[in-house]
Design a protein around this ligand. Sequence first.
Ligand SMILES: [Zn+2]
Length: 247
Amino acid sequence: MKIAIDAGHGRDGDPGAVNLELLLSEAQAVSVLRELIKEKLVPDFQVFFPDRELLSSQRAREAQENECQVLLSLHLNAGPQGARGCEIWYRTGSEGGKELALSLQGFLSELPLKMRGIKSDDQWFPPSDPGWKGGMGILREFPGPAVVIELLFISDPEEARLLLNPKFLENASLAIVKGLRKFFSLNLPFWDVSSGEVKDALVRLAKMGLIKGYPDGTFHPEKPLTRGEAAILFMRLVNYIQEEGRR
Ligand SMILES: [Zn+2]
């Protein structure tokens, strides 16, 4: 399972949104955040960082070429005075993107941030072109589940200060990782097993109720079976056969 984490901006030294008072840039802050996220995903997941020197639509295609199943693009917002909070964007019509956004929102809402909700990208208009109807390039050019997280408003003095707090960054990265793990466990059972004979067997046995895997959606096919677990498996199998017999 491979996840692309795009840190937005950075191309030609583009700092993204900037808070001049705190001398903080969006490009800088999201770089720190994505390293923290990567640390928590490896080795269960492979993590790919798209090249910051590419345009956003090219970064999406690069992630696809590198066989990433999911893409996250990390950003910070800027807006008029009083604008604050966290919002998550997904590609209009993408069921997977919407589910990923909802799963992330569930954990990000535990942070001390106002939740502005999840948003479909046909509602997005770049400041340079208010008539734009093309959605977000980074979402439109990636076929799988993809989201843009605008974690907070770097233009808001109070929210920007959170970026200087290591505890907040730790909790924010943890929330994103939990959201990803939950998304994988709900949508891709046994995501730590690649497709093949074992995977087919697991999916079938799970449908029959004979095996469950771990709550985080993993199976750990390399782990040995204990005598206790073997007993439970036999019991489930006996029950299954008896119930089938009654039908
Ligand atoms: Zn941005």
